[in-house]
Design a protein around this ligand. Structure first.
Ligand code: DAH
Length: 342
């Protein structure tokens, strides 16, 4: 009996020393197995308890239980210490280092180009106007003198919406606007001349998406109405803005064209280092013309007293030429590897 009790203390001390010295959780586990595992040294001692006599057992049992409790608490204490140590950074934290910075976002290239266009026009006294993207057929076509057989009015080309009666029982045809020109009418209906507006905005057409088409894209409309406004004002204004946007050596030229809301009408081509880089001297960039007298009459302006011009161009096209982008769909994919470049 005395022999048995004498064995407890040295084994316990050795176990305590090894548990306490375990440098990590793996070392702690092997120390545990060595003493408290099923073939462990301390476990072997507990097994001997059965061989003791009835009289010896109570004192021996008590002694070995106390030792076991002590070992288990040492084990869990050491495990908690090592767990904590494992969760802490290896290197001490240097609180004087600069903080981690959040990357600053950027404006989308189309937004940047739109803002540049708006900024140029503001310099010469234009203000920004806005209108709805879900538009009445009247504003998109009829008021713009666009005849019923015009291809833009075909359902192959335009997104029409279902007809619903309004408060006074009319059922106007409604559609996603095919161009920003509808805003010309909305603005002129609301204010007397003079007018000097630009209208950046989203427009919709039934095009299949490919490298140069997308069913949704953006335009900028311009409208200038005053007394004695001429084509040379139009040309000078467009030239000023395109030189700001595309470089000071940019040239523009007008080619006769047809739009139902302008007379005469033109297409605008421009030429610059950017067009030459694309292998072309001249690139078509916009439509424009002198506001048709019928359009003035439609909004209640006296077409004998007032003259004006209007233009419209696609923002994507300008951005593509400016940045050398060869696929319009890149603008809408929102891939940060693309967006980061602007
Ligand atoms: N609305 C035309 C289009 O979407 C562009 C346009 C041409 C606008 C002539 C105008 C204009 O204001 O006068 O292709």
């Amino acid at each position: 009996m005395a022999g048995f009790l004498d064995q407890i203390e040295p084994i316990k001390q050795a176990a305590l020393a090894e548990l306490g010295a375990a440098a990590d959780l793996a070392a702690l586990e092997s120390a545990r197995v060595c003493y408290l595992g099923s073939n462990g040294k301390f476990t072997a001692l507990m097994k001997q308890l059965g061989t003791l006599s009835r009289e010896e057992k109570p004192a021996a049992g008590k002694a070995i239980n106390n030792a076991k409790v002590e070992l288990e608490s040492a084990l869990s204490q050491r495990r908690a210490d090592l767990d904590l140590k494992a969760s802490l950074p290896r290197d001490p934290t240097d609180f004087t280092l600069p903080g981690r910075r959040r990357a600053v976002g950027k404006l989308h290239p189309l937004t940047q180009v739109t803002e540049d266009i708006v900024r140029s026009f503001r310099k010469i006294g234009f203000v920004v106007a806005d209108g709805p993207e879900v538009e009445d057929e009247y504003y998109c076509f009829d008021a713009l003198n666009t005849p019923a057989d015009h291809p833009a009015r075909d359902s192959q080309d335009t997104f029409y919406l279902g007809r619903t009666a309004d408060a006074i029982g009319h059922t106007p045809g409604r559609l996603l606007r095919t161009h920003t020109s509808s805003v010309q009418i909305r603005v002129m209906q609301k204010q007397p001349p003079p007018v000097r507006i630009i209208v950046p905005g989203r427009v919709y057409r039934r095009d299949n998406a490919d490298a140069t088409h997308n069913p949704t894209f953006h335009q900028v409309e311009g409208l200038y109405v005053d007394r004695n406004v001429t084509v040379s004002d139009l040309k000078g204004t467009v030239e000023f803005v395109f030189r700001e946007l595309m470089g000071s050596e940019t040239r523009i030229r007008f080619r006769p064209h047809y739009f139902s809301y302008t007379e005469p009408s033109f297409e605008i081509d421009f030429s610059s280092a950017l067009t030459r880089k694309m292998g072309k001297e001249w690139l078509e960039i916009a439509g424009c013309g002198m506001v048709h007298p019928q359009v003035f009459e439609n909004v209640g302006y006296d077409s004998e007293a007032w003259t004006g011009w209007a233009f419209g161009f696609g923002i994507e096209r300008i951005a593509m030429i400016r940045y050398g982008i060869n696929d319009i769909r890149l603008f809408y994919e929102n891939d940060v590897r693309f967006l980061k470049q602007f």
